[in-house]
Design a protein around this ligand. Structure first.
Ligand code: KG4
Ligand code: ZN
Length: 330
């Protein structure tokens, strides 16, 4: 079964062809990072326009790379939400054109289901499975008892982890997207500042990163005002240690409480070296999986894989009234 995945929820225009929910024949990703860098973050209006400019080419490149024809596609899976509404609409409209033109069923996918299913490309999900979802817009712990069934057991009460990384990076004058830069510098620094670990001792699976982010930003501001010399790398390392301590502690506790057989890490922040290292070192009795780096950040292969499993588990295809939904719930 050939599934075409389409992803355009933020600043990556991507189309993929995946065979049988596993074999990635093509995963073309057109990134807008260089354009948004200039503004220090994603500008929604520019993002939508760039998607419009690039999407036809990305569709055709993907088909060409996969060595198939449009008529060979069995299912079109498209990110329906959440995300930037203008960006989502471009991908959904283009996916509908392909589906209508070639009479192919179309299925809407939640972006986070896509991130979770990125883990099924190089591994197989084993149930019950616990997903630590860490992206620019989400920080959640999700329990899965079987394919395409998601139960949220905890989430952030304020900022998402990726968002906190990007905001801290901005104050430190690091280029957008800040997460990878903070991660890189953190490898060279030490946890000198021992920032607070928010909700570390709470017995639930809620997270909070807004206070930590403000703490880091305020300290940086104070030190700069007093012209004190400090290493950016130590700031980054201290922030990263605080964030990853909380993420790993709660993931470990949830895995134990729910007796899961596998832990998967999903979303852009799953690329974080500090998190990958700490979770693997601290959780040794349950297998922990991450997607390889190219499948951590936004891509359409993960949407195609999620589409395959959504369809295979008996979910009906959508009709052509499917539309972008910026606040879609998982
Ligand atoms: O999943 P993603 O590509 O987009 C969303 O769905 O939000 O995640 C993007 C986020 C950004 O906040 C980016 O800074 C962060 O993931 N990110 C990282 C790393 N690589 C990407 N954060 C920390 N360390 C990284 N290595
Ligand atoms: Zn994402």
């Amino acid at each position: 079964m050939y599934v075409m995945g389409v992803e355009s929820s933020c600043d990556e225009t991507s189309v993929a062809i995946v065979k049988d929910g596993k074999t990635v024949l093509a995963n073309v990703v057109l990134s807008q990072i260089d354009i948004h860098k200039e503004y220090g973050g994603v500008v929604p209006e520019i993002a939508s326009r760039e998607h419009v400019k690039g999407i036809s080419l990305v569709f055709d490149q993907s088909i060409k790379k996969a060595g198939i024809q449009y008529k060979d596609i069995d299912l079109v899976a498209v990110t329906e939400g959440p995300g930037l509404i203008g960006s989502l609409l471009v991908g959904v409209a283009a996916a509908k054109v392909v589906a209508m033109n070639y009479d192919i069923p179309i299925i809407g996918i939640h972006h986070i289901a896509g991130h979770i299913y990125a883990n099924n490309i190089e591994h197989d999900l084993v149930f019950p499975c616990l997903a630590l979802v860490v992206s620019g817009g989400h920080t959640e712990l999700i329990l899965m008892d079987k394919h395409y069934q998601f139960k949220k057991i905890g989430e952030t009460v304020d900022d998402a982890v990726g968002e906190a990384y990007d905001k801290v990076a901005r104050v430190l004058d690091l280029p957008y997207p800040g997460g990878p830069m903070v991660d890189k510098l953190a490898q060279q620094g030490k946890d000198l500042y021992h920032f607070p670990r928010p909700l570390f001792d709470s017995k639930d699976y809620q997270f909070s990163f807004s206070g930590l982010k403000s703490h880091v930003i305020n300290l940086h501001h104070n030190l700069s005002q007093r012209h004190e010399v400090f290493e950016l790398a130590d700031f980054c390392a201290s922030f990263q240690e605080a964030v990853t301590d909380v993420l790993v502690k709660k993931t470990k506790a949830a895995a134990k409480e729910y007796q899961v057989k596998q832990i998967i890490v999903a979303g852009g922040v799953a690329a974080n070296k500090g998190l990958r290292g700490k979770i693997s070192r601290e959780i040794t009795d349950i297998p922990v999986c991450f997607p390889s780096l190219g499948y951590c950040t936004d891509n359409a292969a993960m949407i195609a894989v999620a589409g395959f499993f959504k369809y295979k588990t008996g979910n009906k295809a959508d009709d052509y009234t499917i539309n972008g939904n910026s606040r879609l719930e998982l």
